[in-house]
Design a protein around this ligand. Structure first.
Ligand code: C2E
Ligand code: MG
Ligand code: MG
Ligand code: MG
Length: 283
């Protein structure tokens, strides 16, 4: 298309815009039906303690089994759910479901739940969490809440107040995707997080990129100095595992150990570990 031909460019894009809006509207309608339709499912990814080589817990990760489109990843619907406020009921379902599921696991295992910014701002969050713990019988010390820097970006005072209330209950707080947002260090100073999850983007090229290696090294040292767990996300190769271990990370999560798994497979994992202790590499 010729540059400067604004009018025809506009006309050219108009049908595409309509289609995008239509797709969005359909998705929005489908999303509202998904909860009553029982189309959401939680998968669980093991988190491994690098000192003991044992699973310390699992992160709950939502999946949408769309009746026509099949399995949809959270990146494709969480942003829209946030925008239309639908993340609040979905998030509530996630918390309740994760607590009930984890209550049936061996007692030393924790469950981590992701809480998005819009959900964190919703006034009923504390009640939902307290209610889910009471209904499931899960000890608060086995629940971990993952938030990103975005949550602290807006409404810092209100956010800190909720974080302190959660902490007072014995719930652990992790900062997720560390290094991808803004003012990370300031946030670490304003709240004593239990855990920093180093974003996958740094782990991905840690063996080739000195910059990424330096960031992982610095964050692991920072975590250690502040008494926090340093978890490396997205570990896919044994070289990455060796590097994050020698750089001082204390936990790992990634496809090398296991992908996120449906509940039934988690239970099978417990059984197989009892029979053959040691590291499992589930593909
Ligand atoms: P996250 O919390 O940072 O979760 C880690 C993501 O990395 C997951 O993607 C996981 O499947 C993926 N992952 C783990 N190990 C590897 C690896 O070795 N290689 C690669 N390439 N990927 C790996 P997933 O499940 O698609 O979730 C994406 C994001 O969606 C999550 O990022 C989280 O921000 C959000 N999310 C997931 N479940 C929920 C939920 O229940 N509520 C909210 N609010 N957000 C959620
Ligand atoms: Mg997470
Ligand atoms: Mg993460
Ligand atoms: Mg992430």
């Amino acid at each position: 298309r010729a540059k400067g031909d604004g009018r025809s460019t506009f006309r050219f894009f108009e049908p595409a815009m309509d289609l995008q809006m239509q797709t969005r509207r359909t998705m929005e309608q489908d999303l509202r039906k998904a909860l009553p339709g029982g189309e959401f499912e939680l998968y669980y990814q093991p988190v491994v303690n690098l000192a003991s080589n044992e699973i310390s817990g699992f992160e709950a990760l939502i999946r949408w089994n769309h009746p026509k489109q099949g399995m949809i990843a959270p990146a494709s619907f969480i942003p829209l759910a946030e925008e239309i406020g639908f993340i609040v009921p979905v998030g509530e379902w996630v918390i309740r479901q994760a607590c009930v599921t984890a209550a049936a696991w061996p007692e030393h295992l924790h469950v981590a739940v992701n809480i998005s910014a819009a959900q964190f701002r919703s006034p009923g969050l504390m009640q939902v969490i307290v209610g889910a713990l009471a209904a499931s019988g899960l000890s608060p010390t086995r629940l971990e809440i993952e938030i990103t820097e975005t949550v602290l970006l807006q409404n810092r005072e209100a956010t800190l107040s909720v974080l302190h209330q959660l902490r007072a209950l014995g719930i652990r707080i992790a900062m997720d995707d560390f290094g991808t947002g803004y003012s990370s260090l300031t946030y670490l100073q304003c709240f004593p997080f239990d855990k920093i999850k180093i974003d996958r983007s740094f782990v991905k090229d840690i063996t080739e990129n000195a910059g990424s290696l330096n960031i992982v090294r610095a964050v692991a040292a920072l975590a250690s100095g502040m008494g926090m767990t340093a978890t490396a996300e997205g570990v896919e190769t044994s070289e990455q595992l060796d590097t994050i271990t020698s750089e001082g990370c204390t936990e790992m999560q990634g496809y090398l150990f296991s992908r996120p798994l449906p509940v039934a497979e988690i239970e099978r994992l417990f059984l197989s570990r009892r029979e053959t202790p040691g590291r499992i590499v589930a593909a």
